[in-house]
Each structure stands twice: as C-alpha cells, then as structure tokens.
Write a protein that binds this ligand. Structure first.
Ligand SMILES: Cc1ncc(COP(=O)(O)O)c(C=O)c1O
Length: 392
C-alpha cells in the first residue's frame, strides 16, 4: 500500500526538538553525558501540595468520567481569582475563561477557529514553533513581524504594510518572549489595542512565562490594557509557573466571542482536561505564590551563574529580564546558529537551541534554557571553555 500524508502536512517543518533530540541521542549513544540546555521544561518536581490535590481527586470516582471541554466551573473560577489577584483583571468565569489541554494546543487551535483561507495572521519572528501549524492548516497566510534587538524585541507595528493590515485577521504576541526573553510593556500593549481596533484584528497574547521575571521586573497581562478584552484573549498555563508541564492544563481568557469560537473548535476535537488535574491546578491557582517566587529566585541565580561564566569567556551576553531562557548572539563570527550549536554539542556535550529554529530573524542567535541546576551550568561553562569557545 502507498501511504501518503495530506499535502498540507508537507507545509509543516520537522518539529525543532525532534531534530535536537536526534543530535542529542547520537552524542548519548557515544557515551557523552549531554548537558541539555535545549527545551524550557521545568526541571524541579511539581510542589507536593499540588500532587496531593491530584491524589485526593483521583480517589473520588466522580472524577473518572469525560470532563467538559470548557473546564470545571471551579477551575474557571480559580483562573478568574488568579487573574484578579495577580493582575487586577476581572473575568467572568462563565464566558471569559476556557480550559485547554495545554496552551500549545490552544495556540494551535486558535487560527483554525478564527481564520479563513487567505486571511493574514501577524506572527512574531522568531517565535514559539507551535504558532505556525494551526495557521498553515487553516490555509491562512503568515506575515512575520521581525523581533529585532534594537527594538527591544518588540514588533514594529508601523512597519506592517497597509494592505497587510487590512487583510489581517489575527495578531499573535508572546511576552515574556520565547525565545527572545523580552518583556512586553503596557505602553506597547496600548499601541496594539489601538492598532487592533483600527484594523479590526483579533489579538492573542501567549503568556506562559508571565511570572518568571527577574531584577524587580513585571510582565503585565495584556488584559490589563484598557480595551484589550474588546479585541483579544490571553493564554496562560500552569506548566511553567507551577512546574506542571507534563500535566497538560492551561486556559484562554478574555474576549467571550473569540473564546466561543475556540470553544466550538475544541468541543469538536477533544473532551477536556482530566478532572483530577483540574483540581490540582485549582490548588496551584488558589494557593500561595511563594513556590513560584522561590522558583523565580532559582532561575535568577542560574541566569547569573551562566551569564557571568560565559562573559568570562568573552561571550558578551546581556542579562535577560525574564523567562527561562538566555537569548544571545552567536559569539563566533562567520558561522550560522545551527553550525555553532552543532559544534558546541560535539566538542563539549552542551546542547543549545539554534536561533534559526525559531524563524529567520532568529538566525545569528542561540537560546539557552535555564532548566538545569547551577552546578550543571557551571560545568557547562567549564566544558565550553575547555572546548575552546573563548572570545577574549
Ligand atoms: C511561548 C510558549 N507558549 C506555549 C507553550 C506551551 O505551554 P503548555 O505546556 O501550556 O502547552 C510554551 C512551551 O514551551 C511556550 O514556550
């Protein structure tokens, strides 16, 4: 039998981390103890009180059935409570909160729920890789908004050509940025709201790292901006903030009509988050934020250890204000991000993500995840030094 995938599948790239996993596996097979600074997956366990809430909920057989795709009313209330406490944003749990099986799924479904073939989606570049598949599957067109260092990695709305503005249906944003680690200030969000109102563009802000901020910085919610709820939604997730990446629980909040479209799409393709996981997430969202603040201090120290180490080797790395990532220029001249990352992996056993994997404007950069302990980061710097990646 001749089995062929759909034509549209051929538009999708190989998943970036499949490629990195293969490179890593090849080194591991040679016996190398790879220090993986690739994926931004929280390395420490989920806090005990959250695991405990799951255990109790699993023991209750009322939770063994199909869950509602919308999320339990208690879960949606907990999300609304969390937004009020953390951002002073008011949400109607009934219409303005929708649970998702991870925000990756949510951001991928959104363009399919909103866009027709020929609509334009404004997408930051470099960006999180899951933004593109849903757009391509919807038959919509991508218009990239370059994220440049000289512009603090914010999209330049003035640079979007007038005809594109008129055809745009959706704008995707993400702060703190993956991979850029940039913050999105309220002043920028205000411009986005005005732009969206003028050109009738729906805005989706993806904010899974909103609490991973350093040096007294703060990442506002997009929904804090006056008028934001009229034009858009925000995705948030318990994955990063509460070390719950494997649990697959997140939410979209904001504009009720946009959420109704997303909900209709989702109700037709999945059944919702397993209820015990929702109860665990409720424990996370309604509990103290002490754990998150402590994790933030951990990432902050790791960032300092790594950057001070690399700067000793002449890498000239800027301190990222937020997120789990250091985003820095390839320190060697005349070499692509992919070639540099491959050379570092081969010679030192340290795995970075080449910036090109996040889009053409990621070329020239590498992304380094802070999701390993400080002693491993020190060892990574030592190995990099011994392998000769020194630029002083
Ligand atoms: C910007 C961004 N959005 C969404 C996600 C996915 O998060 P979740 O675990 O909620 O699917 C990630 C994960 O790396 C991410 O970096």
């Amino acid at each position: 039998m001749n089995i062929q995938g759909a034509d549209r599948l051929s538009k999708l790239p190989v998943y970036l981390f499949d490629d990195l996993d293969a490179q890593k596996a090849a080194e591991v097979a040679k016996g190398v103890d790879v220090i993986d600074l690739g994926v931004g997956d929280p390395d420490r366990p989920t806090p005990g009180y959250i695991v405990e809430a799951l255990k109790q909920a699993v023991d209750n057989d009322k939770n063994h059935h199909y869950p509602s795709y919308k999320g339990l009313p208690e879960y949606r209330r907990a999300v609304a409570h969390w937004y009020k406490t953390n951002f002073n944003v008011d949400l109607d749990p009934e219409k303005e909160v929708l649970a998702c099986i991870g925000s990756k799924r949510g951001v991928a479904d959104l363009p399919m729920a909103l866009c027709n073939p020929g609509d334009v989606v404004l997408v930051p570049n470099p960006c999180y890789t899951a933004y593109l598949p849903g757009i391509l599957m919807a038959g919509a067109e991508v218009h990239f908004m370059p994220l440049l260092e000289e512009n603090d990695f914010l999209p330049d709305l003035d640079a979007i050509p007038e005809p594109v503005r008129h055809r745009a249906k959706l704008m995707l944003l993400n702060f703190p940025g993956n991979p850029t680690a940039a913050l999105g200030p309220l002043s920028f969000f205000q411009k986005v709201v005005e732009f969206a109102e003028q050109y009738n563009i729906i805005v989706s802000h993806d904010a899974p790292y909103s609490e991973a901020v350093f040096d007294g910085n703060r990442q506002p919610s997009f929904l804090e901006t006056p008028g934001a709820k009229e034009v858009g939604i925000e995705f948030h997730s318990v994955s990063k903030v509460f070390n719950m990446s494997g649990w697959r629980c997140a939410h979209a909040v904001g504009n009720a009509e946009v959420l109704a479209c997303l909900g209709k799409m989702r109700s037709n393709v999945d059944m919702g988050v397993f209820q015990p996981i929702q109860y665990a997430a409720i424990a996370a969202l309604t509990g103290s934020m002490d754990f998150t603040r402590e994790m933030c201090r951990v990432y902050n120290r790791r960032r300092d250890v790594l950057i001070e180490g690399l700067n000793r080797l002449g890498w000239n790395v800027r301190k990222n204000p937020a997120s789990f990532f250091v985003w820095t220029r390839v320190p060697q001249k005349g070499i692509s991000s992919g070639e540099f990352a491959a050379a570092v992996l081969k010679k030192s056993g340290v795995l970075f993500t080449p910036g090109r994997g996040f889009g053409e404007y990621g070329e020239g950069y590498i992304r380094i995840a802070l999701t390993v302990e400080e002693d491993r980061l020190r060892e990574a710097v030592d190995r990099i030094e011994k392998a000769g990646f020194v630029y002083i």
